[in-house]
Design a protein around this ligand. Structure first.
Ligand code: HPA
Length: 234
């Protein structure tokens, strides 16, 4: 048990998928895992452990934003010795050739700050995905009927952004989409030599202003869970 995860030592698998929304963790565990059992409900941040094609996996909510995911990832690594962490979330598209429902796999991520920024002082650390996971996820995505984009993303601290100029620079520099967690996930994975990847479905489009209707979100989310599980155990 930790401050924020009420599980016993053996309850958490070595591989953890992390949606921002705890109800998405429940949905994915019920749909994709065999013998899923609830292992955490502290603060309603649900976590479930079960098996996928015989492999043990935990699906644990991360909450929204880097301070929140930082808490869960720190505890998963330090107290439960988790080896592989895959964020499965949503993002806003920043390029015209990207459509709603497409999947973005983050090779690297740019941010203004992360909860880890102060330890780097004047250095700009470049948070980067685990290459093996990235390659396996790209391969898994090719087998599914979904648009997939692999490249840089932007991890922002604000959903309601007062700096549209920053978004414009991100678009101009080829950044695919904006979300709010991956930079800290990749930084912690680098610090503790773990494997990490962030996969996002496009839920809204910053250039066109389009948003994904609620009834289509579940299907896109399912594509992404499948890609993450296939990549984790490739
Ligand atoms: N901005 C930040 N985070 C997001 C967005 C967005 O537009 N969409 C989904 N997560």
């Amino acid at each position: 048990m930790t401050f924020h995860i009420g599980a016993e030592a053996g309850d958490i698998a070595e591989t953890v998928l992390m949606p921002g929304d705890p109800y998405r963790a429940k949905w994915a565990a019920e749909k994709f895992l065999t013998d899923a059992k609830l292992v955490n409900e502290v603060r309603g941040m649900l976590g479930f452990t079960g098996t996928y094609k015989g492999n043990r996996v935990t699906i644990q909510g991360s909450g929204m934003g880097m301070p929140s995911i930082s808490i869960y990832v720190n505890e998963l690594i330090k107290d439960f010795d988790v080896k592989t962490l895959i964020r499965i979330g949503s993002c806003g598209a920043m390029q015209e050739n990207i459509a709603l429902r497409d999947v973005i796999i983050a090779m690297s991520t740019t941010s203004v700050t992360t909860p880890s920024s102060t330890i780097f002082r004047e250095l700009n650390f470049a948070p980067t995905a685990d290459y093996g996971l990235l390659r396996a996820a790209a391969d898994a995505a090719e087998k599914i009927d979904v648009g997939v984009h692999v490249g840089g993303i932007y991890s922002s601290d604000t959903f309601y952004d007062e700096r549209p100029d920053l978004n414009k620079e991100m678009t101009r520099h080829g950044i695919l989409g904006v979300e709010m967690e991956a930079a800290e996930l990749y930084t912690l994975a680098a610090r503790y030599q773990r494997r990490a990847l962030a996969i996002m479905t496009v839920s809204d489009h910053l250039i066109t202003g389009d948003t994904l209707p609620a009834d289509q979100r579940e299907r896109s989310f399912g594509d992404m869970v499948e890609i993450a599980l296939e990549a984790a155990f490739a």
